[in-house]
Design a binder for this molecule. Structure first.
Ligand code: DAH
Length: 342
């Protein structure tokens, strides 16, 4: 079939849209295009004509390709200027960027810190990598003390470890401020333990530690403070219960419970055993007690003149109670479906 090159080049130059140009590209240099067929035909010519015909066909193909490419550049530029010529509607609704919010545990921690701040407490922080001295020994948990088993963790080099509780900051703060009493602090922070994870335990979690040291501090001060705290975060109807317990660094030591936010202490919801407190009516929040006189002496505070109380508990536990979350591990997962509910 005869191929009319000037006609092809003219058609390309006359094309006015990119689609039109694409159709021409297929018709000329596509798999069955005119130019392609011409090239294929070269092989069927007598041997002495092939070289010249091949050269001519290839040269034509190159010219057609180039003309196509040049036209494409022009048409693309025209298309862009057409798009730019459309006026922008500045009144059209914009794209709202996705806004985040505080993590539920941060919200609970912030509420707690606010409450204590109103009661005149200072907010103090300490290092997450501790020495064994501050984390254990200064708190009367010796190397072979069985209390270390319940706070097993990941040891680092040279007697350092990720802290297992925020109680270490009690010691650091008392050392620095023993000549500047009274002390009234809360310490929010992350702690680490070698835990078997389950719905109530994760290996990283937050704690809020509290410490008060002054003259004439008694257990009733501790109880009043904790009561104010649980009512502040869980509502005025919440009751506090203190049970005897043991911590090496407090004497006496107590465990603090709050009435269950789900069954309000009755242990039953719609005639079924309450699933949040397993029917006990109480939820365990953390530990507390009167600072052991030996701990005060260890940091150079006169334990005949001064006494104190301390407490430590997990804001995740309060968040599970407050928001009815069944599994504390949810707080540590990057699960937006979960987090966006708060
Ligand atoms: N450190 C304890 C824990 O992590 C909690 C605790 C108990 C803190 C008694 C205290 C305290 O300050 O006096 O389980």
């Amino acid at each position: 079939m005869a191929v009319n090159e000037p006609e092809m080049l003219a058609a390309i130059a006359a094309s006015s849209t990119l689609e039109e140009l694409e159709k021409l590209r297929v018709a000329y240099v596509g798999r069955n295009g005119l130019v392609t067929q011409q090239l294929k035909a070269v092989g069927k010519l007598p041997a002495d004509q092939r070289a010249a015909a091949g050269q001519a066909a290839n040269a034509m193909r190159a010219r057609v390709d180039q003309t196509l490419a040049e036209r494409e550049v022009v048409l693309r530029a025209e298309e862009v200027s057409k798009e730019l010529a459309v006026p922008v509607d500045v009144t059209a609704p914009g794209l709202t960027p996705k806004l985040g919010h505080r993590h539920p545990v941060t919200m609970v921690l912030d509420d707690l810190v606010d409450l204590f701040w109103q009661m005149g407490y200072q907010v103090v922080e300490g290092p997450e990598v501790e020495t064994e001295w501050y984390n254990f020994e200064a708190l009367l948990v010796g190397k072979d003390h069985p209390a270390r088993d319940t706070q097993d963790t990941f040891y680092l080099e040279e007697a350092h470890l990720p802290r297992t509780h925020t109680s270490a900051v009690q010691i650091r703060h008392m050392e620095k401020h023993r000549d500047n009493l009274p002390i009234r602090i809360v310490v929010p922070g992350k702690v680490y333990r070698n835990e078997d994870e389950d719905p109530r335990h994760s290996w990283t979690f937050y704690q809020l530690e509290g410490l008060v040291v002054d003259e004439n501090i008694g257990l009733s001060d501790l109880k009043g403070t904790l009561e104010t705290m649980v009512r502040g975060v869980l509502g005025d109807a919440t009751e506090l219960r203190l049970r005897p317990n043991y911590f090496p660094y407090t004497e006496p030591s107590v465990e603090m419970d709050a009435t269950c936010a789900n069954c309000h202490g009755s242990g039953r919801v719609e005639n079924e055993t309450c699933r949040l407190c397993y029917g006990t009516g109480w939820l365990e929040l953390g530990g507390a007690g009167m600072v052991h006189p030996q701990v005060l002496q260890n940091v150079g505070i006169d334990s005949d003149k001064y006494s104190g109380f301390a407490f430590g508990f997990g804001p995740e536990r309060i968040a599970t109670i407050k928001y009815g979350v069944g599994d504390v591990r949810e707080f540590w997962r990057p699960n937006f479906k979960f987090l966006e509910q708060f």
